[in-house]
Design a protein around this ligand. Structure first.
Ligand SMILES: Nc1ncnc2c1ncn2[C@@H]1O[C@H](COP(=O)(O)OP(=O)(O)OP(=O)(O)O)[C@@H](O)[C@H]1O
Ligand SMILES: [Mg+2]
Length: 251
């Protein structure tokens, strides 16, 4: 079964009487271990799809099934716990806290875990080593280059050992060489550490690193996008969730 499934997704934003239909009967399967580059013109709904996959937003209708969990049916508190265990986010802007060192920034997502301070620091140090930033652990964000800041942000995204990384234009603010470094790093996290990566990007070189490029404009016209995913495994997940809901227990 794919690790990410968007099934019959409709997404409409409403503001007063104004409605923006962004996705209408959208279907997508992403297998575990894929590195997908999601490309296409501005406003097509790429970030919206990433937000749905990461449980930052909910579909108007349809289901988002990630590793056997139908996440749009989780409560807000279940969802934030689920996110912290399963998803690492990397954005165009790194969002590092300026008053914390690189190590302390990477350690932050572990604050609510049962790990003690020493264990949290060890995990953060390991994540920083993976992105080749050990020698800058005690530096503050303003003492780092843009590419180094993005490496620290990637370390923060992987420190909880999330299996899925969702990246929204991670190289958008970087020069060509630095962008290549970050794309190579993501490709390494995919090939050597088995991370499933979905990366929204306008970077034409992304196809050299990703295992699949989805051109959203073309994909929206495809049979795969329009036909709902009706394999039995998906049906089983939905049926199990519906039965659990009826019985008032957690799926
Ligand atoms: N919170 C919101 N409220 C209303 N409309 C929204 C909201 N978020 C996104 N939209 C609209 O949804 C559409 C898709 O937006 P989205 O950010 O997903 O596009 P995108 O493909 O990521 O574009 P870009 O490449 O410019 O980042 C746009 O028309 C946008 O105006
Ligand atoms: Mg976007």
């Amino acid at each position: 079964m794919p690790t990410i499934q968007l099934k019959n997704i409709n997404k409409t934003y409403s503001k007063g009487t104004n409605q923006v239909v962004v996705h209408n009967n959208f279907n997508l399967k992403i297998q575990s271990g894929e590195f997908v580059a999601l490309m296409g013109a501005s406003g097509l709904g790429k970030s919206t799809l990433l937000h749905l996959m990461g449980g930052l937003d909910k579909p108007t209708s349809g289901d988002v099934i990630i590793a056997d969990q139908c996440i749009n049916r989780l409560s807000e508190s279940q969802l934030s716990q689920w996110r912290s265990e399963n998803i690492g986010f990397v954005f165009q802007s790194h969002h590092l806290l300026p008053v914390l060192t690189a190590l302390a920034n990477v350690e932050l997502p572990l604050a609510l875990t049962p790990l003690n301070k020493k264990q949290r620091q060890q995990h953060a140090a390991t994540a920083l080593a993976l992105v080749n930033m050990s020698d800058r652990a005690k530096h503050f964000p303003k003492e780092l280059s843009g590419g180094q800041e993005q490496r620290v942000a990637i370390a923060r995204a992987i420190v909880s050992d999330a299996k899925i990384l969702l990246c929204d234009e991670p190289t958008g603010n970087l020069d060509r060489n630095t962008a290549d470094e970050i794309l190579s790093l993501l490709a390494k996290l995919n090939s050597d550490f088995g991370k499933t990566i979905v990366m929204v990007t306008h970077d034409l070189k992304a196809s050299q690193y990703a295992s699949r490029v989805i051109d959203l404009e073309h994909y929206l016209q495809s049979k795969e996008c329009m036909s709902s995913i009706d394999d039995n495994s998906t049906k089983n997940v939905i049926t199990k969730i519906k039965v659990c809901e009826q019985q008032g227990v957690k799926a």
